[in-house]
Design a protein around this ligand. Sequence first.
Ligand SMILES: O=C(O)c1ccccc1N[C@@H]1O[C@H](COP(=O)(O)O)[C@@H](O)[C@H]1O
Length: 213
Amino acid sequence: MRPTVRTKICGLKTPQTVAAAVSAGAAYVGFNFVPKSPRYAAPELARTLALDVPEGVAKVGLVVDQDDAALDALLEVVPLDFLQLHGSEAPERVSEVRARYGLPVIKAVGLRDAEDLPAIAAFEAVADQVLVDAKPPRGATLEGGNGVTFDWRLIAGRKWSKPWMLAGGLTVENVAQAVSLTGARQVDLSSGVETAPGVKDAALIRAFLAAVP
Ligand SMILES: O=C(O)c1ccccc1N[C@@H]1O[C@H](COP(=O)(O)O)[C@@H](O)[C@H]1O
């Protein structure tokens, strides 16, 4: 049965882990198209995986600062339901991507402290969903997937007009507290269900989904 809080498992690269996410009730499965990431899935692989995802589970493509040519090429191959923009895309770029591809866009915003909060409002105006993630640690090479949390009290009790997802360092141990503190109705994670960077584990995926309230 699907948990009440909708869950996205991101960075899937094998049929076994996609099947684990789907059967344990994930609402979204994510494919990572960031070449430098250990979670990268080549478009042909992602296409094969995506074709096996049942109706009712949304397929999300995670990209970082991709231009139209790269997105054209990706979307020719992989049947996606959402694009997740996880780089330094400006609000104007979010609008352009929505208009060009006709797909809903999830825009990631990184939080470290209260100064980062206004960005959520800026993207709320143009994106279909906002993904509220931890800002990468200083010196990190990846824009996300770093397994770090932010101070959830920063967003406790806040309301936005668009659907949003909580991300950043979520694990089986902390997800219930994160949801209770922030009021999130959707959560997203990648490294918290891995045994090594980029290596997802079906048992960890099932345990995480069982722990989501
Ligand atoms: O996972 C990656 O490699 C990645 C690379 C570049 C941008 C985003 C990436 N991952 C996304 O980051 C958040 C949080 O991840 P984590 O749970 O802290 O590991 C999530 O949306 C991932 O999809």
